[in-house]
Design a protein around this ligand. Structure first.
Ligand SMILES: [Zn+2]
Length: 246
């Protein structure tokens, strides 16, 4: 049960940092201002696996491991010493986000980091999490194939980076009770579909996130991360429209 009045924490979901204006893109200058604002306002930024135990804190996550993370995110995160998690599609490392083309023509085709870049990013202190091998809808696959996607992704990252991933993001946020059960064999926490704040009693294998697509406006971003209740309620109405797009 939620504690009445408990301050939710927020997992922010970024994808690509570029200037295309697509639904998965945030302008690098906006991202830099957002990180500065977190520091200026004294918002506590914690590693993703700790978010449930950190009321009022923020965790930063980046889906798909786009190459532009190295240029636009890493220097900013390093400068401000902010922890972050990058979710890696282990079978597409060094390739492109081709899975996104299906049905979403507005999503640009973008380069993904290769293994040497991921090693560099991990060495800089960024947590590498799993995002499956091929970016399928795990809940729509036969359970054994979903299990292989989760197991092999963990194994490949562990081999290449030298330590296994603790976190997972379900592709498209899509999971089922079966998928979540298998995920618990291989990971400590996983991010799911729900677009809301995290509460301490949330299922660690279906953690909600806030997509930054609707937080590009800096004033709205500030309200969302500094915990003003009225703003949070308004924000939830906006978020309902975004369900299942990404
Ligand atoms: Zn993804």
């Amino acid at each position: 049960m939620s504690t009445p009045g408990a301050i939710g924490s927020a997992i922010l979901a970024y994808h690509s940092l570029d200037q295309s204006g697509s639904v998965i893109s945030m302008h690098p200058d906006v991202f830099r201002r957002q990180m500065e604002l977190l520091v200026e306002r004294g918002v506590r930024v914690v590693p993703l696996p700790e978010i449930r135990r950190s009321p009022g804190a923020v965790a930063l996550t980046f889906d798909d491991a786009y190459r532009n993370f190295v240029t636009h995110a890493l220097p900013v995160l390093t400068r401000h010493r902010l922890p972050a998690t990058v979710f890696v599609v282990s079978g597409r490392v060094g390739a492109f986000n081709d899975w996104s083309q299906k049905g979403y023509a507005s999503i640009p085709r973008l380069e993904l980091m290769d293994w040497p870049e991921l090693v560099e990013v991990a060495a800089a202190g960024v947590e590498l999490g799993g995002h499956s091998v091929t970016h399928p809808d795990l809940a729509a696959m036969p359970p054994e194939r979903a299990r292989e996607e989760l197991r092999r992704c963990r194994e490949e990252i562990a081999e290449r980076i030298g330590r296994p991933p603790r976190s997972l993001a379900y592709p498209y946020g899509s999971s089922s009770p079966d998928v979540r059960r298998v995920t618990a064999e291989f990971y400590e926490v996983a991010c799911g579909t729900e677009l809301r704040y995290v509460q301490p009693d949330d299922d660690p294998f279906d953690l909600p996130r806030l997509d930054v697509y609707y937080l590009e406006d800096l004033a709205r971003f500030e309200r969302a991360v500094t915990g003003r209740a009225a703003a949070r309620l308004a924000f939830r109405r906006v978020l309902r429209r975004l369900r299942r797009i990404l």
